[in-house]
Design a protein around this ligand. Structure first.
Ligand SMILES: [Zn+2]
Length: 360
């Protein structure tokens, strides 16, 4: 069934695995929090500020893209700021029909006004707890787990990995590294990944977005990543010469055989140049080849997007209907870092019954 629209998709349950807390603030909240801490913004009007974020991220300039995060991170340096941003994140995702989300952020970026790493995590968790409780009361229950990110250019990955493990029973479900890929291979943080493996903990690695196959190979074969943040450049290891069927190289075959989840973020990939357009996004090929594809938002503010919007763009570009959207959603739920039995409950009691109705 083709032709499903935004207003249909917003009601369908969705699962989000790759979303940055500092990339999803409401513009109006940034304006208010910036006034409270005396931070200067490029625009004071929430609507104009929102447009500024998307334009800066669209500009093709890495400098301007990074400048956007300087403004969001600047207003997330206090308990109040972190709490509010997390709470609103939960409410916004729930209103968008997201039933399970893993939200990531780098605690080391929120210490500028004297908070400790533990205080940062506590403030975010309290905000999510309140937001989830409010969403449930409004009739849109959502569950949220957090991923603690270490910045790949910095040297705190071991400390952040230990922080993540310390909070594993109180809301942190995984670990991640993020930041510029070129020049900062994941193997730089091997000690942290080996520690996490010894702790039987889960982690994903931003790899194969700006940078190609070596980054993906290191993330999986050296570091032991459970999932790939983006991983979109895996298509560089797939030869397509229609009408011949596509041929997978060794690494692409390994990723598919092992069902390694790809956290694809279509709009974000287009903004950073990892894909030319949604219509040309490799997600179509990766879907057709039955990789473990998931759809994600990455930075909702900078991409002016939501899970519903990403799904709608894919439905429009590829004629995808409920069957494809259910497949993507179940893929994501299967790939979540919460325990297997809890994933099954969400699949069998929330996702499948809802899509069964939509599929008619
Ligand atoms: Zn990301």
């Amino acid at each position: 069934m083709a032709g499903i629209t935004h207003s249909d998709i917003v009601k369908a349950p969705k699962v989000l695995l790759h979303d940055h807390l500092d990339g999803g603030l409401r513009p109006a909240t940034i304006v208010e929090l910036a006034a409270a801490v005396g931070h200067e913004l490029p625009a004071q009007d929430p609507e104009r500020l929102g447009a500024w974020f998307v334009a800066a991220a669209d500009s093709g300039s890495l400098e301007r893209y990074l400048e956007t995060f300087a403004h969001t991170v600047a207003v997330m340096q206090t308990v109040e700021g972190l709490h509010r941003v997390a709470k609103e994140c939960a409410l916004d995702l729930a209103a968008d029909g997201v039933v399970y989300a893993e939200i990531r952020y780098a605690p080391e970026q929120h210490l500028e006004r004297g908070l400790t790493l533990d205080e940062v995590v506590d403030a975010v968790h309290a905000g999510f707890r309140e937001g989830c409780a409010e969403a449930a009361a409004l009739g849109s229950p959502i569950r949220i787990g957090t991923l603690l990110t270490a910045m790949r250019h910095a040297a705190r990955s071991q400390e952040i990995a230990e922080l993540a493990v310390r909070y594993r029973d109180t809301g942190v479900v995984g670990f991640d590294i993020a930041g510029a890929e070129a020049g900062f291979p994941p193997t730089r943080h091997l000690d942290a990944f080996e520690y996490l493996q010894r702790e039987n903990f889960h982690f994903t690695i931003h790899a194969g977005e700006a940078f190609g196959l070596p980054s993906i190979w290191e993330a999986i074969q050296w570091c032991g990543a459970d999932r790939l943040g983006h991983g979109v450049r895996i298509v560089d290891d797939i030869t397509t010469a229609a009408p011949e069927p596509p041929v997978l190289g060794r690494l692409a075959a390994y990723v598919r055989d092992k069902r390694i989840p790809l956290e694809l973020c279509p709009s974000s990939n287009v903004q950073t140049g990892a894909a030319a357009s949604i219509a040309e996004h490799p997600i179509k090929l990766l879907h057709d080849l039955r990789f473990r594809v998931t759809v994600n938002t990455d930075n909702r503010l900078m991409s002016g997007t939501s899970m519903t919007r990403e799904m709608t763009l894919l439905a429009e570009s590829f004629g995808w209907g409920w069957a494809e959207l259910q497949w993507l959603t179940i893929n994501a739920m299967k790939s979540a870092f919460i325990p297997y039995d809890e994933r099954l409950v969400l699949i069998n009691e929330v996702i499948k019954p809802a899509y069964a109705k939509l599929l008619g």
